[in-house]
Design a protein around this ligand. Structure first.
Ligand SMILES: Nc1nc2c(ncn2[C@@H]2O[C@H](COP(=O)(O)OP(=O)(O)O)[C@@H](O)[C@H]2O)c(=O)[nH]1
Ligand SMILES: [Mg+2]
Length: 383
């Protein structure tokens, strides 16, 4: 009988296995030159605390996942989650947390902007009773340091004010991407987190606050200041699109989650589409002297195309269609919007016959088609 040789270096039985106390979750996109360095720094910072290191990479073109696999061959506490066909910071973080096993987890950026040496202090605070411990860039000794440009610093302060509005807590840095928390608290709220966007902490604080309030308990949040560093290698993925998505998240949370962020962005894009439509109509009809029907056709086509492209970039940035699917997506979008327009006209006429006020009927018709277009394209276009 032949014995199958799996490996030239047979594995030892895991007698010396120590369960991790902390899971370090690292979302990454094009961070090839940062992840290994971060691992070494975290290892040094955590000393004897057993931890697992989970990198969630969205198929970075620079090959971050290969680097992570190589690290995992050399260190038993490293694992990579390699996601295909998906993009997005929040969903990456959620997936990494759910794949971990430790009773506490920390989320830290791969680019070395967050100071890993405060991790033990954050863990101590969580063990002592805080539900969430936030690494903060502003209060106490922490400062923005050299990490943010002036414009981003101002934007960040404004966002901080806005967020205290939705969280109802005076936190110094709710925009932080650096935090540590108890896994059990996260599990309570995981299903209610929105998986699009860049600002997962804000979402967690709002959801955990509500969940604990329902149980008549308080959410205890601790803060540990640190100096924000400049990014090590590579580029930032933060963009103006992220800012608009963030404002969408704020309004969505103010509505108690009733209006999803994607719906708000979809409606915003629709509003801009009306402007494009009226502009084109004016230009083709008044300037080019097309007859009204052709002007209206041109305006409708242009506005739908504009809406499709903008929704693909902004509303569904995490599910962006490309290549062949971009074309089929555009066709389904046209089809759905045409039915939406019919629904709009019939609902509006029906209400008009009943109520007789043109603006009430007109607005309800528009609302009807926005809700229709949103719900149907969510299923058929951006699946
Ligand atoms: N998995 C994943 N990670 C991301 C994505 N976008 C950003 N990241 C990671 O999230 C962290 C923060 O992003 P960064 O671009 O540095 O944002 P900034 O610090 O606000 O400029 C970094 O570790 C990025 O690699 C994404 O779409 N998917
Ligand atoms: Mg960064």
């Amino acid at each position: 009988m032949t014995v199958v040789q799996f490996d030239s270096h047979p594995r030892k039985s895991p007698d010396n296995w120590v369960a991790p106390q902390l899971a370090v979750i690292v979302p990454s996109y094009n961070e090839r030159d940062n992840v290994a360095l971060l691992y070494d720094k975290v290892t040094a910072a955590l000393g004897a605390t057993p931890f697992e290191f989970i990198v969630v990479d969205d198929n970075s073109p620079d090959g971050t996942s290969e680097v992570v696999r190589d690290m995992a061959r050399r260190h038993q506490n490293v694992r990579g989650i390699h996601r295909l066909g998906r993009r997005g910071l929040s969903s990456a973080v959620v997936e990494g947390i759910l794949a971990s096993a430790a009773p506490y987890f920390a989320v830290i950026d791969a680019d070395l902007q967050h100071d890993e040496t405060v991790l033990p202090q954050m863990l101590e605070k969580a063990i002592a009773g805080d539900h969430i411990v936030v690494g903060t860039r502003y209060s106490g000794e922490g400062s923005v340091g050299e990490g943010l440009s002036k414009a981003r610093e101002a934007g960040s302060r404004f966002a901080t004010k806005l967020s205290s509005l939705v969280t109802g807590k005076a936190l110094s840095d709710p925009m932080s991407g650096f935090f540590l928390m108890r896994r059990s608290v996260f599990d309570e709220i995981a299903p209610s987190l929105s998986d699009d966007g860049f600002k997962i902490l804000l979402d967690i604080i709002v959801s955990a606050g509500r969940s604990r309030a329902r149980q008549g308990k308080e959410l205890r949040i601790g803060e540990v200041p640190y100096t924000f560093r400049p990014r090590h290698a590579g580029e930032s993925k933060m963009s103006s699109i992220v800012v608009v998505q963030f404002l969408g998240l704020i309004v969505s949370k103010l509505s108690g989650g009733l209006l999803p962020t994607t719906f708000l962005l979809f409606a915003l894009v629709g509003g801009l589409g009306v402007v494009v439509h009226m502009g084109t109509l004016w230009f083709t009809h008044e300037v080019l002297n097309f007859n009204f029907v052709w002007s209206q056709v041109a305006a409708t086509l242009l506005a739908m195309t504009f809406n499709f492209m903008l929704n693909n970039e902004l509303t569904y940035a995490n599910k962006k269609l490309r290549g062949w699917r971009y074309l089929t997506g555009m066709l389904t979008f046209y089809a759905v919007c045409s039915i939406g327009a019919l629904a709009n006209v019939s609902v509006a006429s029906w209400i008009y016959a009943y109520d007789g006020q043109f603006y009430v009927a007109g607005l309800l018709g528009v609302l009807m088609s926005v809700v229709f277009n949103y719900s149907v394209t969510k299923v058929f276009t951006w699946r």
